[in-house]
Ligand binder design. Sequence first.
Ligand code: GTP
Ligand code: MG
Length: 431
Amino acid sequence: MAAADVARQMTEGARNLSLSGHVGFDSMPDQLVNKSVCQGFCFNILCVGETGLGKSTLMDTLFNTRFEGDPAAHNQPGVHIKSNSYELQESSVCLKLSIINSVGFGDQINKEESYKSIVEFIDTQFEAYLQEELKIKRTLHNYHDSRIHVCLYFIAPTGHSLKSLDLVTMKKLDSKVNIIPIIAKADSISKNELQKFKIKIMSELVSNGVQIYQFPTDDETVAEINGTMNAHLPFAVVGSTEEIKIGNKMMKARQYPWGTVQVENENHCDFVKLREMLIRVNMEDLREQTHARHYELYRRCKLEEMGFKDTDPDNKPFSLQETYEAKRNEFLGELQKKEEEMRQMFVMRVKEKESELKEAEKELHDKFDRLKKLHQDEKKKLEDKKKSLDDEINAFKQRKTAAELLQSQAQQSGSQQTLKREKERKNSGFL
Ligand code: GTP
Ligand code: MG
């Protein structure tokens, strides 16, 4: 019998007993609270909205402090994510707050890719948590959870309809994060227009299938207030860190030549509603929804992508080990296939290279033979020429010898004649 069945049978078969005295396990909730207070809480807010919609001012107003220093540069080619973490304390409760800003959102001419870096950032935080969960030595109890618990989506107070950038971005984010849409700088829109604008936004969200965060109504202690607040969405907010004296109280407000907008006055804007819903009533639900709904979805898709399943095709439970072994075998099979393919490719390449080399060798031999023949022909021609030149030289030499002989003979006969004539002359002179 499976362990789950045994446990169910044990619970179903449990008898109710009444105690005869105090035992003390009624302090369990207090123990839990004490433990949580000791550990502290973390809450990560993502602010998405076009430049200058009052995101930083609203965060400062919400937490009654001054977070960011200089305004971000808006000349970047794309959207980039800037995360700042702070440690806050109220009474004895510590809160690690991270405010994540999508800097440059909506600044580009082509806004098609604007949502991508936001989605990537959310997924990266889920992935980091999943990796920690999959480790053998896990440290989840003191893990710095960077998953986004809420996305405050700032809508420009145009009074018309949502921009396609808003719809596309919210649609891409709604399965990954709790979205609370808010109308920014609500002091720039009239009361009548605001009501119509709110209705228009909600109907556009519904018709485009965008799921926004609904304040939970299943816990009866907050069901009523949450139910009422759901009807007020999207909250129309005004932010300001400037305090002015109204009556004898200092109030956060924005002053204009024509009057004053009080941030915390519910007749002026929904700031208090947002603060109540986001921080005082539903902060824990936002954290829980992030873990139980959005992270769970990411985890399921990721594990399924990796080949893990809960049941096999026959609907029988699939153990982790079986999945691991099936995956391992699949991997080894693929590896072997790849190895074989590579080996065949290698043999083919070697053969190709061999035939290329043979071809080159043959060409070289042919060239050598051609050159050799050419050389032999040249050599023969030269030898013939040499022979004919030798013959010519011999003939010349013979002719030269004959000429020299003739010349010496001629000289000899010439000198004999001269002697004869001299003798004759002498003889005649004596006479
Ligand atoms: P980036 O970080 O540059 O995208 O701007 P941001 O969205 O953080 O806006 P920021 O809070 O810097 O405010 C921009 C300007 O709007 C400032 O001059 C604020 O004083 C003004 N501002 C902020 N909140 C409101 C508001 O509720 N109403 C009006 N009218 N002005 C506001
Ligand atoms: Mg800012």
